[in-house]
Design a binder for this molecule. Sequence first.
Ligand code: NAD
Ligand code: ZN
Length: 376
Amino acid sequence: MKALVYNGPRDVTVTDVPDARIESPTDVIVRITSANICGSDLHMYEGRTDVEQGKTLGHENMGIVEEVGSGITRLKVGDRVSLPFNIACGHCRNCNRGKTAFCLEVNPGFAGGAFGYADMGPYQGGQAEHLRVPFADFNALRLPAGTEHELDYTMLSDIFPTGWHGTRLSGLEPGESVAIMGAGPVGLMAAMSARIQGADQVYVVDQHPDRLRLAERAGATPVDFSAGDPAQQIMEATGGVGVDRGVEAVGWQAHDHSGEEQPAGTLDTLVQVVRATGGIGVVGVFPPQDPNGPDELMQQGRLAFPFGQFFTKGLTMGTGQADVKKYNRQLRDLITQGKADPGFIVSHEMDLAQAAEGYRHFDAREDGWTKVVLHP
Ligand code: NAD
Ligand code: ZN
């Protein structure tokens, strides 16, 4: 079958790989109808992880069940399903508590497994014609049959639940205000989620005009950090009060206007603008080490952010990968009922064969390339 494989930094190609096949009775094989390129894929694409050469990428997957293992009782051939990017066993200590992003069984020695991702286990990704899905009765979410809402439902595998998770980690309540760092797909999903949850004022910080326009479309006030210190802009916009909540949706490759990486820059801003006793949700990725990091601290996975101010203000912080299964069923139903339209961020739909081109443009954050969906 055809699949997108990683060859090295900024080098991915669509090539023939061995067919996905049932390896365990609880597997199913899904024929992929949509697989998105994620900002998380770009950390690998840019050579900032230790992902192995030859790995098939792709963790934002949906499609049609084509074959079921002998131990499958719930799923049927022909079911249309969304696959959470997390692979979870469904019965370990963490899965039992709903913390499926931290499954203790699927990736021994590590809490958490995922499709097509560095350090997340031996699982191939879904930027391919077919995908092997482990523990599929537990992991797969069934979708209404047909082809309706394909671009909305395809956001259920990762970024819609992840954006939602960021707002939940921040402790957002109806009527509160929130500042979101990053207007990439995750930040935009956080903005839409905040609006659905009844946020009063939503600020989204980025410097790309196309992404900031989408933030406005999601009901947020755009803050352009190329025009000046974003903390100062938010303090001025709130009459010096600041916001109740903050969401970090950039990760450690955050940079300033000149492009210089500042791994702690977004947290620094949030600690300044979130009011005393407020909360911060961090869903942007921060790795345990980055040998190519911009400074010695980040190379060891350490961050210098104003912890003293964080403590003095009595702030709280929640972090980590999103437990997609905790949210995806309800978010699916919001889409079906027309109350959420996460597909609004999609700028490009491409054949799998064009995937390398999609990576190149999306990685450059080129104007108008806000989210790429591949259709194998
Ligand atoms: P993206 O790279 O497309 O978007 C990031 C955005 O942040 C860009 O638009 C960029 O201009 C902006 N940015 C950079 N520096 C900034 C700064 N200093 N201040 C404000 N904005 C800044 O990526 P994405 O797909 O939106 O993903 C965002 C992050 O979320 C990544 O780190 C990704 O790995 C992570 N992620 C986490 C989870 C999870 O489960 N926790 C899931 C998916 C993605
Ligand atoms: Zn993703």
